[in-house]
Design a protein around this ligand. Structure first.
Ligand code: SAH
Length: 368
């Protein structure tokens, strides 16, 4: 593929925020070849060109600020059996835990004093936490810290539950769709789960008024380039305010223990493409990206990401929220995580923003 063709496609993607399926194929395959040679961020190469366009798109909406979110992994108990996930119900080796309300609130207080103004409560689908309990926790956080945003990431629920969490003050909800393709989704999940229901949840969440995050694992088992393009199409349709993208990484006690992990290169290409497709999206450089490569998150920022989620979970449970092998930052304290994250952000030429960091709708002027 000639350099010229790829640059034309990148320019078209930036301008029209979309490509034909065949063009996405050409672009992604061409960039993959480019990336194989070296992970170049020099603007002369196609990948460097893509990344600099992606950063430009980000900077036009958000500046080069990176928003920090305090992540609290409050339970690793889960009723589901997603084949890729280390905390799946069927993993008898996982050491289970759940934090009490007081423990969650003290993580939030600690995070607040470190400067965080967004808290992400993530967990398995743990039926112990009734809707009333979740609402009680969220409303207590909001009462104590009215200047903060609260994000939930606790899986698929009924619309009434999402409505109740929203009324209690929840601002945002993360629910990766994992794969928009029915067949591929079915290969990653047990038969009780369906992409149809997951999509319904995402559309319900948007309709209720949440800032919503969808997303996928890059390089998940059996994923094809066509699947990825279908995921891009779904994201265009849903128009999420956030997109979580990270490489799949095998966990030794899951059915996918022998599957190859996704690559840093593919994850970066996709981050940059998503930034150009949805310029105003909040796009994290994920922990999985930092796990697959020591500088993965810094590269993520160079490819157009603008969010990092340092871990605020208590030290004694961190090693237990193991979605995949080798997860980073399981030995650090919250304050260390924050300092380390800030250094990384600055080394990638970005600035730290500890504010709520809400979604900003791209204005007409900015889109030109
Ligand atoms: N129960 C919540 C939170 C799931 S964990 C929910 O269903 O939304 C958050 C994300 O971690 C998942 O959406 C998945 O995309 C990712 N994840 C799980 N296992 C992983 C693995 N082995 N490698 C990389 N990412 C993984």
């Amino acid at each position: 593929m000639s350099d010229k063709t790829l640059k034309i496609l990148i320019d078209k993607l930036q301008k029209e925020k979309d490509l034909l399926d065949a063009e996405f194929h050409t672009l992604i395959e061409g960039l993959r070849v480019d990336m194989d040679k070296d992970l170049s961020i020099k603007p002369t190469r196609n990948v460097g060109y893509l990344f600099s366009k992606a950063r430009g798109a980000r900077d036009a909406v958000y500046g080069n600020f990176v928003y920090l979110r305090g992540l609290i992994e409050f339970t690793n108990i889960c009723k589901n059996n997603c084949l890729y996930c280390g905390i799946r119900a069927g993993n008898e080796k996982a050491e289970r835990y759940r934090l009490s309300k007081d423990e969650i609130l003290s993580c939030v207080d600690n995070g607040y004093s470190l400067g965080f103004r967004t808290f992400v409560l993530q967990g398995g689908e743990d039926m112990f936490f009734s809707d009333d309990m979740i609402c009680d926790i969220v409303s207590d956080i909001k009462r104590k810290h009215p200047d903060c945003a609260v994000t939930l990431s606790i899986g698929e629920k009924e619309r009434e539950s999402y409505e109740a969490y929203f009324k209690a003050g929840t601002d945002r909800y993360l629910l990766r769709h994992e794969s928009a393709n029915e067949k591929h989704y079915g290969m990653l999940h047990p038969k009780e789960m369906s992409i149809e229901h997951r999509k319904k949840c995402l559309f319900d969440l948007k309709d209720i008024g949440y800032q919503v995050g969808a997303g996928i694992m890059v390089g998940s088992p059996y994923q094809t380039l066509d699947n990825i393009i279908e995921d891009l199409r779904f994201m265009k349709e849903l128009k999420p305010q956030m997109v979580g993208i990270g490489p799949f990484i095998a966990h030794k006690d899951t059915p996918f223990c022998d599957k190859e992990s996704g690559t840093l290169e593919d994850a970066l290409i996709l981050l940059a493409i998503i930034r150009l497709m949805l310029p105003d999206v909040l796009l994290p450089a994920t922990t999985a990206l930092g796990t697959i490569h020591p500088l993965g998150r810094e590269y993520g920022l160079l490819a157009g990401a603008n969010v990092i989620m340092p871990n605020l979970s208590p030290g004694n449970v961190r090693k237990k929220y193991l979605l995949y092998d080798g997860k980073i930052c399981t030995g650090d304290e919250a304050a260390e995580c924050v300092e380390c994250t800030k250094r990384r952000i600055e080394s990638a030429g970005c600035k730290v923003d500890m504010g709520r960091g809400d979604f900003k709708r791209l204005t007409f002027q900015e889109s030109l």
